[in-house]
Design a protein around this ligand. Structure first.
Ligand code: ADP
Length: 209
């Protein structure tokens, strides 16, 4: 049996990941694929501790966050109930909202980037995505989208932080250009323009298998 494909969406908050994942997953299903849609942090206990920290309720430094994201990601890959690996083995495609690139871009600002990258990229329990779609948008535009829809902010959601994170994402993709399959999409356009590009990228990617 052919293995499933593992697709990850990345981008700063408000870049449109949730919106575009829903559209792509519908398209994949329409094309006859079986798809498992998931996100990080997960619903594990560690995921809950992470959400608590990201919401600013508990103060955690970047090293603690990096280690907890690593633990949560290993659980996300390997747990017996809904782990990514078992779906991929069964031929189910997995589409995930955020993955290790987010650890590099967010925690990699205050924690040592090499350390964060090494522990994620060299862990055999953590699958490498077949495709990463990065939704690129400037922090001013994403901030306007967030402001329209939410009253509260997470710890990383200040505009100045988001701009740093966006730069860090792009730096990291530069470092990983020979080893990871990353496609950068201009996410500042309308929902339908962005999704048209993503579906083209997916169809081209699908042509490879
Ligand atoms: P993320 O998951 O990256 O935080 P969302 O998909 O939740 O982003 O989108 C954040 C907000 O912006 C939502 O209210 C969504 O409806 C809106 N949005 C998403 N994509 C676009 C777009 N291309 N243009 C305008 N608004 C958008």
């Amino acid at each position: 049996m052919n293995k499933g494909k593992f697709i990850v969406f990345e981008g700063i908050d408000g870049s449109g990941k949730g919106t575009q994942i829903n559209i792509l997953v519908e398209e994949m299903k329409r094309q006859g694929r079986t798809v498992y849609q998931t996100a990080e942090p997960t619903n594990s206990v560690t995921g809950g501790i992470l959400r608590d920290a990201l919401g600013g309720f508990t103060d955690r430094n970047a090293h603690e966050l990096s280690a907890m994201f690593l633990t949560d990601r290993i659980f996300h890959n390997s747990n017996k109930i809904n782990g990514i690996k078992q779906f991929i083995e069964k031929g189910v495609d997995v589409v995930c909202d955020r993955y290790y690139y987010s650890s590099f871009a967010y925690q990699g600002i205050d924690a040592d980037l090499k350390w964060v990258m090494d522990m994620n990229l060299n862990c055999k329990e953590i699958l490498k995505p077949d495709l990463c779609i990065f939704l690129d948008i400037d922090s001013k535009s994403s901030d306007e989208r967030i402001s329209k829809n939410r009253l509260e902010r997470e710890i990383y959601e200040e505009k100045s932080v988001q701009e740093k994170v966006r730069k860090r994402f792009l730096e990291v993709f530069g470092l990983l250009k020979d080893s990871e399959n990353v496609k950068i999409v201009d996410a500042s356009r309308s929902i339908s323009e962005v999704s048209a590009d993503i579906i083209n990228i997916y169809n081209e990617f699908k042509g490879d298998f």
